[in-house]
Design a binder for this molecule. Structure first.
Ligand SMILES: [Zn+2]
Length: 340
C-alpha cells in the first residue's frame, strides 16, 4: 500500500558547500529538489536526522580513514574531493540521514527519500573519492542487515558505485546492481565482475556505452534487473539515485529522460510493493543539471506519494536500444548465476 505523504530526510547542514565555488556538486542541487516539492505541492514530511553512530560507520570504513578525515583540516583527498574543517561532521550527518531513512522505511513500510549531501557511493573502506566521503547507502545496508535477511541495492547513478561494489563484493546477502556509463569516472564495474567467493553472482554490473538512454534502460530492467531482483527475493531495496544519467547532465553522455528515470524507479517500487512489503528507499547520489535533477527526484517522490505526475524533460533520443550489445553481454554473463 502506498503512503499518501512521502517522507524525506533532510538537514540544513546538507546545504554547506563541500567542493568550493562553481563546482557541480553544489548546495543548489538540494535546494532545487526542495523547491520542486513546494512548487508542485508534493505532500511530503521531513525527517530530521542525527549524525551516524561511529560503530555503524565502522562496519563499512576503517577507523584509520575516519580518523584521517576527522583530523584532515582543509585540503584534498584527491582532485575531485576537497575537505573542509566541517566535512567529517557533515559526512557523518549524511550517513545518519541514510540510517534515518531506512529506519523509517523499516518501521512504517513506506518509501523514504534520503536527500543527502555529500553523496556516498564512491567512498571506499579506506578513502573518500569522487565527491564522496562516507558511503551512506553501504552504511545503511549494513545496518538493515542486522534486521533483515537480504538487502538489494540498485545504483542508477551514471557512475559506477565502486565503493558500494567493493564493500559487498564477497557478500551473498547484499546484492549490488549497477547501471553506469562505460569509459567514464571511476573506470570500474565491468560486466565480468560478478563478485568473489560466497558473493559470486551477487554483483551485477551493467556498463552501458555512451548515448544509451530510455530504450537501453528499459531493456536492462526487463532482461536483467527485475528478474534478478525477483529471484534474489530481497527484504528491502535501496536505490542509489543519481540524476546524472539524464540527457541534460553535463558530466556524462547517457541520455535517459526524466520519464525514463521515473519508469525505472516506478518499476523498482512496484516490485518492492509486491515482494518486500513496500520497503524501498532512495539515496541521493549525483546529478549535476539542477533542473533535471529536481525533475527526476521530485517526480519520483510524487510517484511514491501515490500521485500521478508529469515530468518536464522528456526528450527520448535512444529509441532503438543504442546499448543493446552492452545489455546482451551483461545478461549472458549473469545467466551463469540467474535464470534470465
Ligand atoms: Zn554520478
Amino acid at each position: 500500500m502506498r503512503a499518501d505523504t512521502v517522507k524525506f530526510v533532510h538537514h540544513e547542514d546538507y546545504l554547506k558547500p563541500t567542493q568550493g565555488p562553481g563546482h557541480p556538486e553544489c548546495p543548489e542541487r538540494l535546494e532545487a529538489i526542495i523547491s520542486y516539492m513546494e512548487q508542485n505541492d508534493i505532500d511530503a514530511e521531513r525527517i530530521l536526522p542525527e549524525p551516524a553512530e561511529k560503530d555503524d560507520v565502522l562496519r563499512v570504513h576503517s577507523s584509520e580513514y575516519l580518523d584521517l578525515l576527522r583530523n584532515f583540516g582543509r585540503g584534498r583527498l584527491d582532485m575531485d574531493t576537497a575537505v573542509y574543517p566541517y566535512t567529517y561532521e557533515m559526512a557523518m550527518l549524511a550517513a545518519g540521514g541514510g540510517m534515518a531513512a531506512v529506519r523509517n522505511m523499516l518501521d512504517r513500510r513506506e518509501p523514504t527519500f534520503a536527500l543527502l549531501r555529500p553523496p556516498g557511493h564512491h567512498a571506499t573502506r579506506d578513502m573518500g573519492m569522487g565527491f564522496c566521503y562516507i558511503n551512506n547507502i553501504a552504511v545503511a545496508a549494513e545496518w538493515l542487515r542486522k534486521k533483515l535477511g537480504r538487502v538489494a541495492i540498485v545504483d542508477i547513478d551514471v557512475h559506477h558505485g565502486n565503493g558500494t561494489n567493493d564493500t559487498f563484493l564477497d557478500r551473498p546477502d547484499i546484492l549490488y546492481i549497477s547501471t553506469h556509463e562505460w569509459g567514464i569516472y571511476p573506470g570500474t564495474g565491468p560486466a565480468v565482475q560478478t563478485g568473489t567467493g560466497m558473493g559470486d553472482g551477487y554483483t551485477v554490473n551493467i556498463p552501458m556505452c555512451g548515448q544509451s538512454g530510455d530504450a537501453t534502460f528499459r531493456a536492462a530492467m526487463e532482461k536483467i534487473i527485475l528478474p534478478v531482483l525477483s529471484q534474489f527475493k530481497p527484504d528491502a531495496i535501496l536505490i542509489s539515485l543519481g540524476g546524472d544519467a539524464h540527457y541534460m547532465d553535463p558530466l556524462s553522455s547517457l541520455t535517459l529522460s526524466s520519464g525514463g528515470y521515473l519508469d525505472t524507479v516506478t518499476a523498482i517500487a512496484k516490485l518492492a510493493e509486491e515482494t518486500c512489503e513496500n520497503r524501498w528507499a532512495a539515496f541521493l547520489e549525483g546529478g549535476y543539471n539542477i533542473r533535471a535533477l529536481a525533475d527526476v527526484v521530485g517526480s519520483c517522490m510524487a510517484m511514491a506519494s501515490g500521485r500521478k505526475t508529469e515530468t518536464c524533460y522528456n526528450e527520448v533520443s535512444d529509441t532503438e536500444t543504442v546499448g543493446a550489445d552492452s545489455v546482451s553481454e551483461a545478461r549472458a554473463i549473469q545467466s551463469g548465476h540467474w535464470d534470465l
